[in-house]
Design a protein around this ligand. Structure first.
Ligand SMILES: Cc1ncc(COP(=O)(O)O)c(C=O)c1O
Length: 429
């Protein structure tokens, strides 16, 4: 069929993170329901990656859809400088008390990358507004904070950023804390802290950098050392927010409270694009001045879009229902049980789980994003009705929280099938 959606797509679309030469044609998805995506042939796929980690209540949630419909008939968009509206204010009012820290202000933007851009700009300008500029930003190795230039700058240099290397600013990269290096890291901060404006980190779980986890106690000790030097701590909870790590926010595992917090992805239940950068009053006050140059000159056409804020409010209604945390607990417990299965396969490297995220490496070929095993697993899984998208040879399972027991069994069975298959025939990079 020359005019199938796939053919039309092939003529006009450039897809994200896709090498179009020799690519597998994209699957035409016609609808979604709960954990399932349906293609134009009536096949269904379990969305085992929550559509790039955003879908928390399941696809096409009728409660959110209904609220969106009503809001669309009332006010779909308005410039957010000089104007305000109920969904934006109500969302800030409801969100702030839920956040892990004494946050008092919400700055809206469009997605995770822009939430990070705003956070970095706030941290740098916080110091320059007080005529005490600090020139460096601190970040973790293996971090991923997004694809805009500031976000790329504070992310690990990798195949994602190689062509732009000379155009990115250089942060100070440090390792994630371990029992072995924590004293050294703290000493490093004592020495270099006064030059560092802000420290951006993915709390407890680094996502795109390979689902790497660290202990809360060690991160707390590092963050304490950063705060002692006045460094503004920026928690990037774009991925970890809204239950991913087993609690509503990863910051709930930490004693140390961040100065700035970034959210997106699950914020709207995965329905609409929206970013939030939340800050404390102390930070906000550093921008109050008669001198107009001390303004945060940042904004986007769709800042605080009323539809996106409405979706987020509707999502919060669902987050605050008892079944939300119960489902997260259910998934977390099943992941923990499955870890022992993973341990019995020598080819499964470093099986680990935190909350609703399960991950392991397939020990074949080289570690890294362009290991050929990722696309091979995606192909195998699709044929069995599951959508998985490994990060190179790091396989992970991160479902919408409404996933059924039967669907989870199907994904676990598939993971076992992959392990058995690759135990027999390793794939080269
Ligand atoms: C921790 C983290 N920060 C920022 C981003 C960027 O978010 P977005 O893709 O919405 O720009 C991501 C995306 O995966 C992320 O995982």
């Amino acid at each position: 069929m020359m005019n199938s959606l796939t053919d039309r797509d092939r003529r006009v679309i450039w897809h994200p993170y896709t090498q179009h030469k020799g690519y597998l044609p994209p699957i035409p998805v016609v609808k979604g329901k709960d954990s399932l995506l349906f293609d134009d042939q009536g096949n269904s796929y379990i969305d085992a990656v929550s559509s790039w980690w955003v879908t928390i209540h399941g696809h096409a949630n009728p409660y959110i859809a209904e609220k969106l419909y009503r809001q669309a008939l009332l006010l779909e968009q308005v410039i957010f400088a000089g104007f305000t509206h109920e969904p934006a204010v109500a969302l800030a009012e409801r969100l702030l008390p839920l956040l892990p820290g004494p946050f008092t202000r919400v700055f809206y933007s469009d997605n995770g990358s822009t939430a990070v851009e705003v956070a970095i700009k706030m941290a740098i300008q916080f110091w320059s507004n007080q005529d005490r500029p600090r020139r460096k930003v601190l970040a973790f190795r293996h971090s991923y904070h997004g694809d805009t230039f500031g976000a790329m700058s504070v992310s690990e240099r990798s195949v994602f950023t190689d062509p732009f290397r000379d155009y990115l600013f250089d942060p100070v990269f440090i390792d994630m804390p371990t029992r072995e290096n924590i004293d050294e890291l703290r000493a490093f901060l004592q020495l270099h802290g006064p030059q560092i404006a802000g420290f951006i980190y993915e709390p407890l779980l680094q996502g795109a950098g390979g689902m790497r986890m660290c202990e809360a106690e060690l991160l707390d000790r590092l963050l304490d050392a950063a705060s002692e030097q006045g460094i503004l701590c920026i928690a990037d909870e774009v991925m970890t927010g809204f239950g991913r790590t087993g609690r509503l926010f990863a910051g709930e595992y930490l004693r140390h409270k961040a100065d700035i917090l970034c959210l997106s992805k699950g914020l709207t239940g995965g329905t609409m694009a929206l970013g939030v950068t939340a800050t404390t009053e102390r930070l906000f006050e550093a921008f109050l001045s008669d001198d107009k140059r001390k303004t945060l000159f940042h904004g986007h056409s769709f800042t605080a879009n009323p539809l996106a804020c409405t979706a987020a409010l509707a999502s919060l209604d669902l987050v605050q229902r008892p079944e939300f945390l119960a489902n997260i607990r259910r998934i977390s417990e099943r992941h923990q049980v499955f870890l022992s299965t993973l341990h019995s396969y020598p080819i499964a490297g470093n099986p680990r789980a935190l909350g609703t995220v399960l991950a392991f490496e397939i020990k074949t070929g080289r570690d890294g994003y362009i290991n050929a095993i990722g696309p091979a697993i995606t192909r195998d899984a699709l044929a069995k009705g599951v959508y998985l998208r490994p990060l190179g040879n790091t396989v992970y399972f991160m479902p919408p929280y409404c996933i059924t027991e039967k669907e989870m069994d199907q994904v676990y069975d598939l993971l076992v099938h992959c392990l058995m298959q690759y135990s027999k025939q390793p794939v080269s990079p």
